[in-house]
Write a protein of this length. Sequence first.
Lengths: 438, 438
Amino acid sequence: MLKVAKFGGSSVSGAEQFRKVRDIVLSDPSRRVVVISAAGKRDPRDHKLTDLLYLCHAHLTYGFPGDDILGAIRERFTSIRDELGLAYRVEDDFDALCARLNRDTSVDELVSRGEYFTSRLMAEFLGYSFIDAADCVFFNFDGQFDREKSDSAIAAALEKHGRIVIPGFYGRSPTGKIKVMSRGGSDITGALAAAALDADVYENWTDVSGILMADPKIVADPRPIQKITFAELRELAYMGASVLHEDSILPVKEKGIPLNIRNTNCPEDPGTMIVESAGEEATEVDRPITGITGRRNFTILTIRKRNITTTQLLRDALELTDHYHAPVEHITLGLDSFALVIASSALESSLYDLISDIHKNCQPDEINVQDGIALVAAVGRKMSSRPGTSGRLFQALGQQGLHIRTIAQGADELSIIVGVDNSDFEKTIRVLYDGFTG
Amino acid sequence: MLKVAKFGGSSVSGAEQFRKVRDIVLSDPSRRVVVISAAGKRDPRDHKLTDLLYLCHAHLTYGFPGDDILGAIRERFTSIRDELGLAYRVEDDFDALCARLNRDTSVDELVSRGEYFTSRLMAEFLGYSFIDAADCVFFNFDGQFDREKSDSAIAAALEKHGRIVIPGFYGRSPTGKIKVMSRGGSDITGALAAAALDADVYENWTDVSGILMADPKIVADPRPIQKITFAELRELAYMGASVLHEDSILPVKEKGIPLNIRNTNCPEDPGTMIVESAGEEATEVDRPITGITGRRNFTILTIRKRNITTTQLLRDALELTDHYHAPVEHITLGLDSFALVIASSALESSLYDLISDIHKNCQPDEINVQDGIALVAAVGRKMSSRPGTSGRLFQALGQQGLHIRTIAQGADELSIIVGVDNSDFEKTIRVLYDGFTG
C-alpha cells in the first residue's frame, strides 16, 4: 500500500500546522511520499509566502529595495525551524539566495523557493528524504510534462530513499531552468507523483473536510461530499464551483487512482473521495444530488424567423458566435425560433456587432436579448437512476416561487441546469441545497 | 355581430344531424354565413361521402363499373332530402353528373360534389342562399388563394343574399376548373369566409366539445380545453396532437378573429375558444397546463469529442442532418459532447450514412445511438408565470418512477418536453394529465 499525500499552503503555514502534518503522515506507514506547498497564511491578515515572493520579484524588476519583504520571508522559515527545534540552517541558504538576486533573476526560480524551503524543513521534521522537484519533475520544450523522464526519476528517488518529500509547484525545463506550474500547481505535482508510483490513493490535504455540496458563502455550513466521480467534479468545476481543476488531477484520473480530499485540521473526517466510477454500493448518506453550483451573468439571445426548415440559420448564428469567441452554453429550439445562452462577459465587447452580423447574415424576423440570467446546476451521477430527482428539484424551486427561465439537462444525464434571474441566484442554490439535504 | 359557422362531416351525416344544425344556426341570428362539409359517417360502419367519391374516381380511372357506389351516394342525398321533406331534385343533378362522368373527369371536380350537394340540401333546409364555392373561392396559378378576389366575392354574396351557405373544401382555379384543398379543407373555407367578412367569431362545429386536453385513446374521457392561444395550438399540433392545422386557420389568426370549436351534438357546451392572446382574466378552471401530447419514435444521437472549443463540430453535424433531411428537434450541449434528438422515421433510410459521414467529416471520439424515445410535451401559456408548474410536472413523473431521458423547454416558455422510453409514452401522458387535472 502506497499513499501520496499532498499538503496545501494552509497545512504548512506554521509550526503548529507542521505538527499536525507530522501526526497525519506518521500515523500511516503507507504515506511514504509527501508533496508540500509553500507556507500559506497563518491568519486572515497574514500573507502567503508565494505572494511575498512575487512581490519580491516586482521589487527587483523596478529596482526598489525590498529588504523588509525578504526579512519577513526569512523570519517565516527560521521561526518554523526554531519552534520545531530543527537543525536545518535555512537562513544560510536563504541569504545565499538573496545575495544572488538581481534584475535578471527569473520569477520562476524566485517564487519556487517557497515550496523549496518549506519542503526542506518538512523533510527534516518528518525524517524523510528531501527530493528537489528540479531533479524529478521535468518539462518538455512545449511546456508539457516529460512524463516518462519524470516518472522514472520519482520512482528511482522513492526506491532509493524509501520515504520522500517533494516540493510542489515547480520542475525543471529542458534548458535546466526552474519552471513553475500554474497556481495550485502543487496539486499537479502530487498527481504526477501518485501516477508515477501507481499509488493506491492520492491524498490531497487542505483546510476543509472535502469538497462541499455548495459554496459556503451562499449556504451556511454546507455538508461535504463523501464520494464524487471525476465526471461530476468536472461538471461542477465547469459550472462554477471552486474545486480542483481537472487538468491538475488528470494524471491520477487517467490511471484510475482515487483522490481523497482531507482536512489537516480534522484528520478524523473521511473527506471527499474522488473516483473514476462510484459503483452501486450505498454510501452512508444517500442523496441523488452530489453538488450544487452555478454562475451569474448569462445572456439569452432569442432569434426568430418564420418557416425555418433547416438548421442553416442556427449554423450561421453559431458561426458568428464562434467568430466573436462567445461560447454557447445551451441551445433551445422552438418552432420558429432558437435561443442561445452565452456568458455575458463573452459578449461584453461584441454583443452589438454580433447582433448586427446576425441581422445581416441571417435576416431573422426578430432578435431578443435578455441578460442578467444565472445558471444553477444540480450535479449528481445518481440522478439518472432516481426518477424522482427532477421532481424534487423543480418542486423545491416552485414552492419558493422561483421563476425558471431556461431548463437544460447536461450531458450523460449528470446534471440539470436551470436559468433564473441573477437576483434569484443565491436563493436558488439555497432552495436546492435545503431541498436535497433537509 | 356576424358569426361564420362551419359544420364538419359528422354534423351533416344525415337528416337527424341536419336538424341539429338548423336548430343551432337559427337559434342565433348572427350566424348568417354557414360553411358545410360533405356528409360524414352516420355510424362507425358507414362511409364518408368524400371517400366514396374518391373510390368512384378510382373506378373511372380503371374503367371498372362503380354503379353500386354511385347508387349509395345518390341514396345518401335523396334520403336526407326525403326525410327532411325538401324540394331540391338532387337526383336530377346527380344523374346529370353521372352521365357526364368519364375517364377524363377530374378527381377534384368529382370529390367536390360531396360538399356541393350537401350544401345545396342544407341551404334549402335553413332557408339560406346557396353560393357555390366555385364562384367565391379562387386560387392563383401557384395554388395559393387569390385572397383579394375571394374576399370581395364572399362579401358581395353576403351583401346580396343576407344569409348564405357555402360548400367547403373547394374553389376555382384561374383556368376555371374546380380545385380542392387538402383534406380538412372545409376548415380553410370557413376561415377564409370569416376573414373576408371580418366576422366576430369563427365557429367550427364538430362532434367533440372542443379540443381535448389529451388524446382520448390514451386518457379516459379527457376534459376539453376552454381557451387556448394560437401559439399553444401550434405547439400542440407540432408535438403530435390531432388538432386543427395552423395553415387551415391562418386567415382568422392573421385577423385576430377568435375561433370557437363547438359540438353539434351538445350545443350547450361552450367548447374551446382559440384566441390570439388569452389575456389575464381567470377562467372557470384555472390550470397551468393547457394540453398534453407527444410523439413516439425518436432517436438520440450523442456525439462525443474531447476539447471542443467552438461549435464547428456541431455545425458540421447539423449540416449533415440537413443534408439527409433529418430535422433536429432538440440539441443538448455537454462538456465534450452534444446530443441531437431526431424523429427515427427521418433517419430510417439515412442513419448509417449519416453516422458514417459524421465519423468522416467530424472525427468524433464516439457516436452513440439511442432509439425508441418518445417525446411528451406539456403545453401551457400560463407555465411561465406559474413557478410551481415544472415542479408539479416532474414530481408527478418522478412519483410514478418514470425515467426521464431528456428535458427541453420549448420556445417562449410555452412548453416543457420530456423524453421517455417509447414503452412509457402512454403512462407519461396519463400521469401528467392526472397530475394537472386531479
